[in-house]
Design a protein around this ligand. Structure first.
Ligand code: NAD
Ligand code: APR
Length: 236
C-alpha cells in the first residue's frame, strides 16, 4: 500500500472468535447468554455484585485457557516490523478485554475497554494485575480494602485513553477495522473520524458490519485467513 506510513487498527471480539472466545452479538454470543443490563453496567454491579463478579471470574478463567490465532500473530508481526520498515507508526486499539494481542507478541496495544487481567479498586482507584477470582472479595494490594471490581469499561462508562486514540487517528494514513460489528460508540465512529481526517479505510470482518458503508475498502472472511493475507501483502 503505497504512501502509507501511520496505521491505526481497531479490533473487536471477532478477531478472538477463532481462539474460542465468545463474541457479543453473533449467533449464541455473550449478549444472548447474559443480559447486558445485569453484567455490563454500573447499575447491574450495584444491584447484584456477586452476579457480576462471578460473570467476570468465569470470563477471566476461560480467556486464560485460550490461545492467540493467526490473526493476532499477523498483527504482532506487523507491530514488530512496520516502524523499522517504514519509519511510520502502528497502533492497535482493541475493544477486547482479552490479552491475546499481547500473548501473540504485539506491544503497542491500547485497551479502550479495559483488561480482564486487571482489577480496579473502587476505594483507592488503583488498577493492578489480577489473575484470581474476585468473588471472594480479595483485599486491594494497594490500600488493603476489599473493594476490587473488574477493570472493564461497562455501558455508560467512559472508555480509556480516548485522547491518545484521536491523536493517532489524526495522524493516520490508514484505518483498519477487524472483527467488530460497529454497534458500540465511540469505537463504531472511528471510521468516520478517520475518513474525515483523510485516511484510507479498510474493513476486515466475517461479514459487512453496521458501519461498512463508511469503508473505502473491505475484505470479508474469517480473521485467521484474511488478516495474515492482508499483512503479507502490506509487508511484501
Ligand atoms: P452504546 O449505547 O454505544 O451501545 C450501543 C450498543 O451497545 C447497542 O446498539 C447495543 O448493541 C449495546 N447496548 C448498549 N446498552 C445495552 C443494553 N442495556 N442492553 C443491550 N445492549 C446494549 O454503549 P454506551 O452505553 O454508550 O457505552 C459507553 C461506553 O462503554 C462505550 O465506550 C462502550 O464502548 C463501552 N462499553 C464497554 C463494554 C464492555 O463490556 N467492555 C460494554 C459496553 C459498552
Ligand atoms: N473473523 C472475523 N470477524 C468475525 C469472526 C471471525 N472469525 N467471527 C465474528 N466476527 C465478526 C462478526 O461478524 C461481528 O461483526 O466480529 C464482530 C463481532 O461483533 P460483536 O460481537 O458486536 O463484538 P464487538 O464489535 O467487539 O462489540 C463491541 O460491545 O458489548 C460491547 O464492550 C463490548 O467491546 C464490545 C463492544
Amino acid at each position: 500500500m503505497e504512501n502509507i506510513r501511520n496505521i491505526v487498527i481497531l479490533t473487536g471480539a471477532g478477531i478472538s472468535a477463532e481462539s474460542g472466545i465468545d463474541t457479543f452479538r453473533s449467533e449464541g454470543g455473550l449478549w444472548e447468554q447474559h443480559r447486558v443490563e445485569d453484567v455490563a453496567t454500573p447499575e447491574g454491579f450495584a444491584r447484584d455484585p456477586d452476579l457480576v463478579l462471578r460473570f467476570y471470574d468465569m470470563r477471566r478463567e476461560s480467556i486464560q485457557t485460550k490461545q492467540p490465532n493467526p490473526a493476532h500473530e499477523a498483527l504482532a508481526r506487523l507491530d514488530r516490523e512496520w516502524s523499522d520498515r517504514t519509519g511510520g507508526n502502528l497502533l492497535i486499539v482493541t475493544q477486547n478485554v482479552d490479552d491475546l494481542h499481547e500473548r501473540a507478541g504485539a506491544n503497542r496495544v491500547l485497551h479502550m475497554h479495559g483488561q480482564h487481567l486487571n482489577a480496579w479498586c473502587t476505594m483507592c482507584d488503583t488498577r493492578s494485575t489480577w489473575r484470581g477470582p474476585l468473588i471472594d472479595r480479595p483485599a486491594c494490594p494497594e490500600c488493603g480494602v476489599a473493594a476490587l471490581r473488574p477493570d472493564v469499561v461497562w455501558f455508560g462508562e467512559m472508555p480509556y485513553r480516548m485522547d491518545e486514540i484521536y491523536g493517532a487517528l489524526r495522524q493516520a494514513d490508514l484505518f483498519v477495522s477487524i472483527g467488530t460489528s460497529g454497534a458500540v460508540y465511540p469505537a463504531a465512529g472511528f471510521v468516520q473520524d478517520a475518513r474525515e481526517l483523510g485516511a484510507r479505510t479498510l474493513e476486515l470482518n466475517l461479514e459487512p458490519s453496521q458501519g461498512s458503508r463508511w469503508f473505502t475498502e473491505a475484505r470479508y472472511g474469517p480473521a485467521s485467513h484474511i488478516v495474515p493475507q492482508w499483512v503479507e501483502e502490506l509487508l511484501a
